[in-house]
Design a protein around this ligand. Sequence first.
Ligand code: FAD
Length: 699
Amino acid sequence: MCCDLKRRFLLLYATQKGQAKAIAEEIWQQANAHGFEADMHCISEMDKYNLETEKDPVVIIISTTGTGDPPDTARKFVKKIQDTTLPPHHFAHLQYGLLGLGDSEYTFFCNGGKTVDRRLQELGAQHFYDTGLADDCVGLELVVDPWIDGLWLALREALLLQKEKEGMSSNVDAVPSSLSAASHVVHELSLSSEVQNLKLEDEGTRSSDVLSQKSVDINIVPSARDSEPSLVHSVPPVSQSALSIPALPPEYIEVQFQDTHGENPHLSSLISEGATFEVPITKAVQLTREDAIKTALLLELDIADTVFDYQPGDAFCVVCPNNASEVEELLQILGLSEKGEYFVCVKVKQDTKKKGAVHPQHIPERSTLRFIITWCLEIRAIPKKAFLRALVECTSDVGEKRRLQELCSRQGASEYTRFIRDCNICLLDLLHAFPSCKPSLNLLIEHLPKLQARYYSVSSSNLYQPGKLWFVFNIVEFPACFARPVSRKGVCTGWLAELVAPLLHPHRSILAAKGGKPSTEKISIFARPNNTFHLPADPSVPIIMVGPGTGISPFIGFLQHRQKLREEHTDWEFGETWVFFGCRHQDRDYLFKQLRSFLENGTLTHLKVCFSRDSSTAEVAPPKYVQDVIRLYAKDVARILLKERGYFYVCGDKKGMADGVSDAVVDILSMEMEVDRLEAMKILATLREAKRYLQDVWS
Ligand code: FAD
């Protein structure tokens, strides 16, 4: 039918960790129920769609990776649209809506989406729907859910507009004539009523279920807590609401256990990003005192027997397993303890209703159950609502079932945020809280994301100590909270800390330490080079490095490199080098007191430190944070940046710090150049653009 054809839209996703793909799949699934047909493709499948000739609306879901890059799957696409020879009307025929995914803890929030959006605009494409930018830091669903809700109306309007253009507006059904075709308007009122009225059947699968049952007895309802909701307990109005819950995601994986012998695949087969190297840990040093609030460790890897190469300022990735006791606990709860060493054969179900179901790339075709849960699945991931929805079907207790429905429902959205997202609840926590929930292994494979390797900044110079690689990290600690009675350590940092516990060196000996206990521990790493966070090619250019806490890590590599260059090239001219370092206490977490040796040998010209928690008897309290210290050297900072074309580097583990530092620099520029703040911000933007103000910030 003509109308059916006209209700098609092109749905493209660019995913790094699978989130953008999962959202696109949800849109694809809902599309049918809304009378649309989504033609869905990964953005990398450029032979399956053609934006140059596309007439129907285009919906793009795109995440961000690394330091504000589009996902690897979008690289070719981005390169193609960034071709500078394309004319400004190249995509003038195109109507599109874009949903960017990102994490505001990182500096270039949603930059993958923003880059594509900006470029499509430059090439004349029109928005038929406002761009959504979803923030994983506070919960993607806060933006994603309403964005998807609004999409259907916007699509209808876009199609209406398209038909009007084609002079066929009378053919579009179900669009009230009162609806303006103005593409940017999202009618919230009509939308919410549309959502509430949603009760759609999709080939036997409910596309969005409206549950009419009212309050049911929840198994744990102690009277004192009657008025207080919790993870397992609900109170009015949620407990008495009819619920709109997400569609039940179709199952698509089947697993078969085989009691045979064999070898698990090599870890390198799990990594699609490039070659992995298994390297020994040759040294481990605790940089903080026992009474410091955080524990920072420095590890040394021996890369001499590999072709792994790096420059100071690069990052690399560590392949890490899940915590062994959590793996055992999960196996036990799933009733699969006996089968840990069984080989699992994972296949896509022949008759699945899931569109484009493919074998998950991160699950080997054949490996043991323990291997899959240990190395492949992020079992600590916060369960998405679709996962909760699927878990409802595996829960026998009626009260638990209802609570899980509430937590994934529209009505329970704020409770999902409060009791699941904000508490970082993971699958194990849920299985403890809802003991009658017994999911099958295939459900875990379908819903748990890939266990990601973790990034670390290199803290050494290959020139200064050939064949060695240093990195520094804080052991991440998650204290117990009311929703989770046990404390935990970060997946990777907790594992590394346990691994190196037997070889820990005392703090003092870091730069001098030689040898140490020989270690047999090896870890798998792969390269993730940074394109910009490097020393300037010309050593005479002055540099300012700002690195509080573990943010000092890459600058140790910079300084080692400079020291070696100075030794090797006595006739070269070297620019000023400034370090601004900060920590809580001078005697507890001053990670690299050896910075002073760089000062003494002339590699470092200025070292400015501050301690945020040390008390002072001075009449004027000393500055607490690096940004406060930077302000004291306003003239030098302005001179280096403006007159001497110097470089300014910021590295650290908190967005707040990076923002504080850039605020200080804006104030300095404004003061020293006698311009207003807005003008100073523009100057800073130019410095960023020229890659002379560089940030490497992680959470
Ligand atoms: P995870 O288990 O992944 O937990 C980390 C985050 O998950 C927490 O911060 C929190 O947001 C959330 N979380 C998970 N569970 C809970 C819970 N129960 N309660 C509260 N929050 C929870 N780090 C360094 O230390 N040094 C470096 O040099 C460094 N360089 C980096 C460079 C880049 C380019 C990037 C992107 C990151 C870098 N990081 C660095 C960060 C590092 O990659 C890891 O994120 C960090 O070490 C934590 O990993 P983890 O597996 O131990 O923690």
